[in-house]
Design a protein around this ligand. Structure first.
Ligand SMILES: [Zn+2]
Ligand SMILES: [Zn+2]
Length: 278
């Protein structure tokens, strides 16, 4: 049984993410209103159902995935130190800004290939939950199945740790990817113009979320669009107004989404199969 002190500490632990969410909501709502005016309020109202699913999955992430990840990453980090597997490159010889740039660039390269893996049959059922939002808002960046959230963080952080990046650089990479990841899910017709050849814009990432047609199987990077251009997966003809979502019969509600990858595994042992994996 939890005593009162433990319950108090638990509540305090939850306050920081709650405050972070509230500040994000304020900042992104202000940004959307500045960019799109009253139309942004209409978008927000139309997205209410999807937003409540996204927030539910964010709470599951906070309560169950985050503690499991913290434990696993600490174990993996300890194992790497003991085995001496990490690259023996002295990152401290470089200025901090160069290390910060290197970790974000390397993190996006790793994330690009990890994301392509998530679009293959074994990992797609869990990743499909992120794609199932039909009314994308910044909260879509919080909508991940626990399996997807866990494998993403484990693959990205382990790969960067193997490159010998110091812990502070891993934190920088996580923060940039998290907040920039939320931003590119906003419903903004921003393409960045010529800068879109360097950075992923909200319009570019929206194409990644289209339900069918051009855009499916494109735009896997989060920060730098150069990776999609280099590996021939770039599709950014302008603002995206195509329908979003997935053809997979996931069903509505957070519970259906949590259960979906299990349903797919069961279905794969039966003659009936379906779903997108590109
Ligand atoms: Zn994807
Ligand atoms: Zn996305």
């Amino acid at each position: 049984m939890l005593d009162q002190g433990e319950i108090g500490r638990f509540v305090i632990t939850l306050q920081t993410p709650a405050l972070d969410l509230a500040l994000c909501a304020l900042a992104f709502a202000a940004l959307a209103f500045l960019a799109r005016g009253p139309a942004s309020l209409h978008t927000a109202r139309a997205a209410t159902g999807e937003v409540s699913i996204n927030l539910t999955l964010a709470i599951v992430d906070l309560l169950f995935v985050a503690p499991a990840l913290a434990f696993t990453l600490a174990e993996v980090g300890g194992w790497m130190q003991r085995s001496g597997m990490a690259l023996a490159f002295d990152w401290s010889a470089l200025p901090s800004w160069a290390v910060a740039f290197a970790v974000i660039f390397a993190g996006d390269f790793i994330g690009y290939w990890r994301h392509r893996l998530e679009h293959t049959p074994p990992l797609w059922p869990a990743h499909a939950i992120h794609h199932s939002d039909t009314a994308m808002t910044w909260t879509t960046g919080l909508r991940f199945h626990p399996i997807n959230r866990f494998t993403t963080a484990l693959i990205d952080t382990t790969a960067l740790a193997l490159l010998g990046f110091p812990p502070w650089a891993l934190v920088v990479n996580n923060l940039v990817r998290h907040y920039y990841g939320l931003f590119i899910h906003m419903d903004l017709p921003l393409t960045y113009g010529a800068l879109g050849r360097v950075f992923v814009s909200p319009a570019m990432h929206r194409w990644h979320h289209v339900r069918e047609g051009a855009g499916v199987g494109a735009n896997f990077a989060t920060v730098f669009s150069v990776f999609d251009q280099a590996f021939a997966t770039h599709h950014a003809p302008g603002p995206c107004t195509a329908p979003l979502g997935v053809p997979d019969a996931i069903g509505r509600g957070a519970l259906a989404m949590l259960w979906w990858p299990v349903r797919v595994v069961i279905a794969r042992h039966s003659p009936q199969r379906g779903g997108r994996s590109t």
